[in-house]
Design a protein around this ligand. Structure first.
Ligand SMILES: [Zn+2]
Length: 407
C-alpha cells in the first residue's frame, strides 16, 4: 500500500499544474514536488495513472486492523475523487449532487422553500417592522461588528481560549503554532494554510465587516480544535508515527475536505458546549471589542435561529450551478433565504464559482460529524467521551462514507 500511497501523492502534486486550488497543503519530500513540476503530465496521463493505482490497490492484501482498512478506503476514495476532478477539468458536466458525491463522498439533502420560510417567519417575529427582513436583521446585527482597531486583540483572546479548551483534552504536538494574517479580496472569510511541522498560516479576510461571532468561529474552525489541530494530529499519528506519506498532501477537492470542514465546524460546539460560549463572550470578548455584554445572549439566540438557514446556501449553490438560476438571482435568493446582506451574498456567489459543490462540506459535514460522534456516546453531557471520539476522528483516515451510524 505504501507504493500506491507514493503514487497517489505524486498524482495530487501533478494535478497542481492543472488546477491552482487543488493542492491545499504539502509537506512531503520536496523533490517529489520538483519532479511533478518538471514532468507536468497531461490530464489523460494522470487519469490513466490513477486507474492503474486503483487496480494495484485492489490487489493489495486486506487485513483485519481497522486503521489499515480505513487507510485502504481512504486511498481508494481519494483516488476516485481525483479521477472525477480530472473528468471535470476536461469538461464533463456533472449535476451538483453528482459532483458532490464524486468529489466529497456525500450528497446534501434538498429542502423546499417552505422549510426556510418557517424559520424566516420566526425571525420576522423576532425582528418586526417594515422593509425586507434581511435589512431589519442587519440593522440589529450592526451593533455587533468588531471595530477594526480591536480585531486583532479580540482574535488573540478567542484563539487563546480555544487553545486552552482543546489542550485540556487533546495532546497537542510540542511546538505546534500558527500565525495570523489579515488579507483582502478573497471569496472566503478565513483560510488555514497548513505548512507541515505543526505550523499553520491562518488568513482572515477583512473585505467585509467582521461580527463578534466570527472571533470564536474562526479561532475554533481554523485553529483549535479545527483545521490546525486536524492537520497537526494527522501529521503526528499518520505521517510521523506510521509513515503513511499520503497524509502529507491535502487535495482540496476530495472527500477529506468534508471531514476537515465538518470537524472544524463541529469543533466550535465541542470547545464551547451549551451556554459556555455566551458566558465566555459576555465576560471576555464583548468587553474586549467594546460591545455591550448585556446584549450577548440576545445576539446568540438570534444567531441560533439564523444558523438553521444554513442549508439555504446549499440550495442557492445547487440551483445556480445546475444552471436553473443566474448569479444575480442566486445572490438575491441568498439575501432573502439565508439573510445575507447584499455584499456578503455576492461574495458567496463568487465562492460558488470558485469552489462549487464544496459548500456542502461545511454544514452537511458538521451534521455528519456530530451524528457520528454522538452515536458513539460523545453527547454534549459526556464531555470526556465527546473529546476522545473527536480526537480519534481527527487522527484517523476516516472519510464521509465511514461516518455511517454504528460503525
Ligand atoms: Zn475551513
Amino acid at each position: 500500500m505504501d507504493r500506491v500511497a507514493e503514487g497517489y501523492v505524486k498524482l495530487v502534486l501533478a494535478m497542481g499544474a492543472h488546477d491552482a486550488d487543488y493542492v491545499d497543503a504539502y509537506y512531503g519530500p520536496s523533490e517529489w514536488k520538483t519532479e511533478a513540476a518538471a514532468a507536468k503530465p497531461g490530464l489523460d496521463a494522470i487519469a490513466s495513472r490513477a486507474a492503474t493505482l486503483l487496480g494495484e490497490l485492489g490487489r493489495t492484501p486486506s487485513g483485519t486492523d481497522e486503521m489499515v482498512t480505513l487507510r485502504r478506503q481512504y486511498l481508494e476514495r481519494q483516488l476516485s475523487a481525483l479521477a472525477a476532478r480530472v473528468r471535470i477539468l476536461k469538461g464533463e458536466r456533472l449535476t451538483f449532487d453528482q459532483e458532490s458525491k464524486a468529489l466529497y463522498d456525500a450528497v446534501a439533502p434538498t429542502y423546499p422553500d417552505t422549510h426556510f420560510q418557517q424559520i424566516l417567519a420566526k425571525l420576522a417575529q423576532r425582528f418586526p417592522g417594515k422593509g425586507p427582513l434581511v435589512t431589519r436583521y442587519e440593522t440589529f446585527r450592526r451593533q455587533f461588528v468588531i471595530p477594526p482597531a480591536k480585531l486583532d486583540a479580540v482574535f488573540k483572546l478567542a484563539i487563546q481560549a480555544c487553545r486552552e479548551r482543546t489542550a485540556a483534552h487533546v495532546k497537542l504536538p510540542a511546538g505546534e503554532q500558527f500565525t495570523v494574517e489579515y488579507v483582502k479580496n478573497k471569496s472566503w472569510s478565513g483560510y488555514n494554510w497548513y505548512q507541515g511541522g505543526f505550523r499553520s498560516l491562518i488568513q482572515v479576510n477583512t473585505d467585509l465587516p467582521i461580527y463578534i461571532d466570527r472571533a470564536v468561529d474562526l479561532a475554533c474552525h481554523e485553529g483549535y480544535p479545527g483545521h490546525h489541530v486536524y492537520n497537526a494530529l494527522l501529521e503526528t499519528h499518520l505521517v510521523k508515527e506510521r509513515g503513511w506519506i499520503e497524509f502529507s498532501v491535502y487535495p482540496l477537492f476530495s472527500p477529506q475536505s468534508l471531514i476537515a470542514e465538518g470537524t472544524a465546524n463541529f469543533g466550535i460546539e465541542v470547545a464551547f458546549p451549551g451556554r459556555e460560549r455566551v458566558e465566555f463572550e459576555q465576560r471576555v470578548l464583548f468587553p474586549a471589542a467594546g460591545l455591550d455584554p448585556s446584549k450577548a445572549a440576545a445576539y446568540y439566540d438570534a444567531q441560533a435561529l439564523v444558523d438553521r438557514l444554513s442549508y439555504a446556501g446549499n440550495e442557492a449553490a445547487r440551483r445556480y450551478l445546475n444552471g436553473y438560476i443566474s448569479a444575480s438571482t442566486a445572490a438575491t435568493w441568498l439575501e432573502q433565504y439565508a439573510l445575507m446582506p447584499a455584499d456578503r451574498a455576492k461574495q458567496r456567489v463568487r465562492f460558488f464559482d470558485q469552489y462549487r459543490s464544496y459548500v456542502i462540506n461545511y454544514n452537511l459535514g458538521k451534521d455528519m460529524v456530530r451524528q457520528y460522534i454522538e452515536s458513539r456516546g460523545g453527547t454534549p453531557d459526556h464531555a470526556a467521551t465527546r473529546w476522545a471520539e473527536f480526537e480519534k476522528l481527527l487522527s484517523s483516515p476516516r472519510l464521509p462514507s465511514g461516518l455511517g451510524a454504528g460503525r
